[in-house]
Write a protein that binds this ligand. Sequence first.
Ligand code: 16G
Ligand code: ZN
Length: 544
Amino acid sequence: DKQRSILLDISSRFSPPQGVKLSYGTSGFRADASLLESAVYRVGLLAALRSLKTRAVIGLMITASHNEISDNGIKVADPSGGMLTQDWEPFAESLANAPDSYTLVEILDDFVKKEKIALDGEWAAEVFLGRDTRPSGVSLLEAAKQGVASIVKANAKDMGVLTTPQLHWMVRARNKGLEASEHNYFDQLSSSFRCLLELIPQGSRIVGTNDKLIVDGADGIGAEKLESLKGLLNGLCVEVRNSGNGVLNEGVGADYVQKEKVVPRGFGTADVGIRCASFDGDADRLVYFLVQPNSNKIELVDGDKIMALFALFLEEQLSILNKSGDVTVRPNQTRLGIVQTAYANGASTSYLKQLGLEVVFTPTGVKHVHEKAAEYDIGIYFEANGHGTVLFSEAYLCYLEDINSNLSLTSTEKQKAASRLLAVSKLINQAVGDALSGLLLVEAILQHLGWSIQRWNELYHDLPSRQLKVKVLDRAAVVTANAETVVVKPSGIQEAINAEIAKYHKGRCFIRPSGTEDVVRVYAEASTQEAADGLAYSVAKLAD
Ligand code: 16G
Ligand code: ZN
């Protein structure tokens, strides 16, 4: 038939590279850009089918995030704006690795039958495409378009050069029947930020000349977008550095700053004492830092500490809402959940628990933490690397709207708290972690509390930690349980790790297979840096 011949024709122009097996990992397909054209074409096909199946807009983002500029990658955004459902990942993999067009079409056929997808129904698929600033993105975007165009009942819409979270936001907005342009995105962020500033209690705003924020844009797309957003913001003084004149992610960006704990390119002793932040290459990660005097070291304010700040602020609003006095307000029912991974610094976990909060753990990766956070009225997740957000359930948002519009409430404080929470739900990206919106929320909360970054950083002190990676023949040989904190295979290893941990005060250590590289990762924590290093190195030997 027509569909089949179109598929055979177009797909034959995108043959896969010889001898390369791609896997759809935690961040979709990622590899050297020269290897990706056929995979990207095929993910275009998948996205069109996903759209037909869900009868909703699907997103395709071409980016390799914090990886070097010669790499690229592709990720799918599901109708909610979240990650592609895990059930479809094996399909993505078999499509990408099909050796030729005939096998490809056969795999597609089987899948379409199994999933009961109507290729010639009424509904036309729609796929939003976005890419970051990588030069290879231009031709890869073209390949993705061809993929979508190979399904007769599908249309691709090029949304332009975007941050990853912008594209996810657009998919989510459109599927809620809302307008989904970049203008709408900027408008929502800037107006909810303004709203939070207007609700700051009298007298707590920091007034001072030392109030500048400097942002390292990783020479990527986030820098460009922050420059645009800046024009819409009052009450925030931002200087953007590394905004595209240097090489993307080279000695810059959130991943570099968080892993190396040194200043990014373009920063130095002139910045000592100033509040600094860093985005990664596609602006879905955010960390803050302080430049140290007389060295290239930094004091890192990581994702865990951003989470602690958010948790503190949200908890404050909830306690205002839950104060007794108004029968109309449901007391103490809000379920606030904090979701971390094993990489969260132990000091952050203790701090959050001591605030009386419920802290739960999941395996590494956005899909796991996001899914868990979505189980609460308000769920906060952050990975130490700076990826995270705050999710609000629909039911809880309705409840907040009710309070907000309830004129019989005696307490305007309660209405203000509800308004703040509503503003947070609009500011912070409900689809994925977003450096732009995360940055604005941090800034609004610091102003609300009247805090400097130094005061924020004092919330707790990180335990010294060390991360190592061990190259192994088969990382899949290591199998973990309990949110990656315990090794169940090969047998005996966990006992040996426990024996090492027992030698250290406040020792904690785990190993896990990487989801993105052919390595096993080791994480260790202890009361001193020497001890953390010692523990990490001795456990790394066990993993070898
Ligand atoms: C990916 C994940 C990130 C995780 C990292 C761990 C997404 C979108 N990104 O970048 O959340 O922290 O992988 O990498 O899920 P690893 O498995 O190599 O340690
Ligand atoms: Zn990223």
